[in-house]
Design a protein around this ligand. Structure first.
Ligand code: NAP
Length: 283
């Protein structure tokens, strides 16, 4: 692989670019973004070697698409139109069903691999990109059988070289499960943050009293609304289902409090401590 094009060079695109370049110093990373200022920043941070445009994609061995999921759905068919017969396109979007559907009948569908690297932080933009973000993390690959075998192999080697383990899933199952373990956590953090901000108008008080428990629970509320709104829109049905279950658990907890049933509250927490065993080894 010689020419890699990163469309979107924020947290995910930038972090992938850093680690791929580290493992493959001869590769040229070309950056494509909407804003010139983003490209300039990516260049000055050495995330990319050169600026490029969509019209250059015929030269690409690999295109990595790391832009918001609504933009991916719109742009992916055009990207596939422009690549050569041997070019591979991968996307890193946090939803998979709408993205896979957008290109299901595209003549170059076999040049596309749908994936979701389960790694990230609450920060965004080129300055958020870091080395080692994907080490030991899972990369969910969807509909692998729809990608040409040779291109699959190339992609899987590249991502396993940066420390990722691969998990295969269909797009429906991906979107259903990810609604619980990622999308609900973000909504919960956003609404916890809102609840405290609304109540504590004096932000200085929050800052003084917020212990590390609050800070770590609310961390995801710093995430980018530009990235998360389209995710919730694309995964609306699954997200609403998770919210209904979550709200019902919150309501149950409130009822136990109201009825002074602290034995039941103790047991609820004791049973949920099991999360320690489930998450053991996941950082
Ligand atoms: P990010 O840091 O905000 O970077 C987004 C990039 O997309 C920027 O280069 C931005 O360029 C570009 N962009 C924004 N809106 C666009 C639009 N409407 N059309 C075209 N380009 C646009 O976001 P990120 O965290 O890297 O997320 C990128 C993708 O990875 C998303 O699909 C997300 O779902 C997925 N993902 C995120 C995480 C996470 O934890 N953050 C984890 C796994 C997967 P300009 O500045 O030039 O607009």
């Amino acid at each position: 692989m010689k020419n890699i094009y990163a469309i979107g060079i924020g947290l995910i695109g930038g972090s992938l670019a850093i680690d791929i370049k580290k493992n493959n110093p001869d590769v040229i990373i070309h950056g494509i973004s909407r804003k010139q200022s983003t490209l300039d920043e990516a260049l000055s941070l050495n995330l990319i070697d050169k600026k490029a445009t969509l019209d250059d994609l015929g030269n690409a061995d690999l295109v990595i698409v790391s832009i918001p999921v609504d933009a991916t759905v719109k742009l992916l068919p055009t990207i596939l139109d422009k690549i050569s017969d041997n070019g591979l396109v991968v996307d890193a979007g946090s939803t998979k069903l709408d993205i896979c559907k957008a290109v299901e009948n595209h003549p170059k569908r076999r040049n596309f691999l749908a994936m979701h690297p389960i790694a990230g932080t609450e920060h965004s933009g080129p300055s958020a990109a870091i080395s080692g973000l994907f080490q030991g993390k899972t990369n969910i690959v969807c509909e692998v059988e729809k990608t040409t075998f040779k291109l699959q192999e190339k992609a899987l080697k590249l991502f396993s070289d940066i420390g990722m383990r691969i998990r295969y899933m269909n797009p429906e199952a991906h979107d259903k499960h990810i609604a619980y373990v990622s999308h609900l956590s973000h909504i919960s953090a956003f609404m916890l943050g809102k609840t405290v901000i609304d109540k504590e108008r004096n932000e200085r008080d929050i800052f003084d009293m917020a212990g590390s428990g609050f800070a770590s629970t609310v961390r995801l509320a710093k995430s980018s609304p530009e990235m998360w709104t389209p995710i919730f829109k694309q995964n609306k049905t699954n997200v609403i289902e998770t919210l209904e279950e979550y709200i019902s658990n919150l309501t149950h907890f409130k009822e136990l409090m109201k009825s002074d049933d602290f034995d039941a509250i103790f047991n609820e927490m004791k049973n949920t401590n099991h999360i320690k065993d489930i998450l053991n080894g996941i950082s």
